[in-house]
Design a protein around this ligand. Sequence first.
Ligand code: PXP
Length: 241
Amino acid sequence: MPLLGVNIDHVATIRQARREFDPDPVKAALMCQKAGADSIVAHLREDRRHIHDQDVVRLKKELAIRFNLEMSIAPEIVNIACRLRPVQATLVPERRQELTTEGGLDVIGQFRRLKTACARMQDRGIELSLFIAPDKAQIDKTIALGVGIVEFHTGCYATAKTSTVIKKELHKLTVMTAYARSAGLVVNAGHGLKYDNTRPVAMIPGMYELNIGHSIIAHAVCVGLDRAVKQMRVLASGGTA
Ligand code: PXP
């Protein structure tokens, strides 16, 4: 059953609302670790709108569980990753105007740029994951890059409004997970997963890890971080909370 990666970006979003020191995303990450999170994800955006450079340095140093640095392939950020050497880096597309990561990477269109960035990070021993749509052509190009992990963007599933579309999106995720697994890839998924839509994705055979941020931090405001993580941990492993 899948592992749970907790994305702590929105703890930093609250901090940045006042540009002061609290809440501390690293302290929150350590609480998530204690509550049973399998990994911590933080996105160091080029505009530093939430997570900052010092946060990722501290996360790398203080976490006992896997630190997964979410990042674009902007040269400045790749340089930081190469110096920091997180256990894992998840490469995502990034646009300044977006509220959140809106789509998957275009591995086909960005192949050359990705190849250069991936080679630099692989040389530094960083395990790479590409955030892509559940699409065969994108999976094939990921394999061609020598990257061993994909994370499927679950946004279309999460925002689907009718049961027909939800079923169609879930089917696509299921079929593409089987395809990627048969090609030897590790398959993760995330984006827009909430307490009421995570379980079906967790039940997809071969799914390795779900990365979830906004819904956990939002729920934590009402019930506390420990309970919010523990409840999602149960759902992410296919149980009922
Ligand atoms: N995975 C990736 C690659 C993401 O970009 C995000 C959003 O930061 C997430 C997972 C988590 O999405 P959400 O905050 O909607 O749970």
